[in-house]
Write a protein that binds this ligand. Sequence first.
Ligand SMILES: C[S@@+](CC[C@H](N)C(=O)[O-])C[C@H]1O[C@@H](n2cnc3c(N)ncnc32)[C@H](O)[C@@H]1O
Ligand SMILES: O=C(O)C(=O)C[C@]1(C(=O)O)C=C[C@@H](O)C=C1
Length: 247
Amino acid sequence: MSKESDRLFAQPLAQVPDFAFNEDVVRVFPDMIKRSVPGYPTIVENLGVLAAQFAQPNSVLYDLGSSLGAVTQALRRHVRTDGCRVIAVDNSAAMVERCREYLNGQDSMFQELLPVEVIEGDILALDFQPASVVALNFTLQFIAPDQRTALLSRIRQSLLPGGALILSEKLRFNDPEEHALLTDLHIAFKRANGYSELEIAQKRSAIENVMKPDSLEEHRERLLAAGFSKVVPWFQCLNFASLIALP
Ligand SMILES: C[S@@+](CC[C@H](N)C(=O)[O-])C[C@H]1O[C@@H](n2cnc3c(N)ncnc32)[C@H](O)[C@@H]1O
Ligand SMILES: O=C(O)C(=O)C[C@]1(C(=O)O)C=C[C@@H](O)C=C1
């Protein structure tokens, strides 16, 4: 993985452009996400552990919004179920290109890994195959809010009995005090990871038009409306959480 550190917002910008998953972001992404999302390494590794419990023989495991394939690699480290294969999908050409390189690296280091296919495409236009595990790891928050229920319904319809959707997201909170406290603590987390006040402010302004977090209650209601039967939060660190949704 790239060791380049994230300095993308370190210099004052006359106008902060909307955040995009372009080549500049790809170069620093492993560092950016680790220093920005509290609990990210724990979520990714344990997503593999959870997936191994839900994987069904001869089924697909989807990594939707796969970026550089961190979740795909965790699935391949942990899932041993016969006949499973991983399909990773991302609509950023720069991410997909680098993801394929990293997965080739994983293939050269380990034997008997699950087969993987990396697709450059829009997850909203994906023709889902019968799946036992679907991971949306910090991806749904970048999907237009009015498209989210339809996407989750199609995921629900593709899920096999015994399977699961694992959904990780940044959260907002309906209680203003809770929202303010966890937002401040998230800023403290970023500061402790070496980001300056300028970097934090410029990143927030880059991201506010493109990333729209929901509350835990909104996630639960939407998942139930999409046909899931049970929603179980399994991880929260500050304003970032991960949920298991059962078909
Ligand atoms: C925060 S990143 C996901 C991080 C990644 N899952 C991980 O755990 O390292 C969000 C990703 O979703 C992708 N994305 C956003 N909208 C998408 C869409 N409609 N179809 C496919 N990928 C999308 C972006 O290109 C980006 O790579
Ligand atoms: O809230 C933030 O500042 C974030 O950086 C969060 C977040 C995410 O949740 O995906 C947003 C964009 C980057 O890809 C990495 C992390």
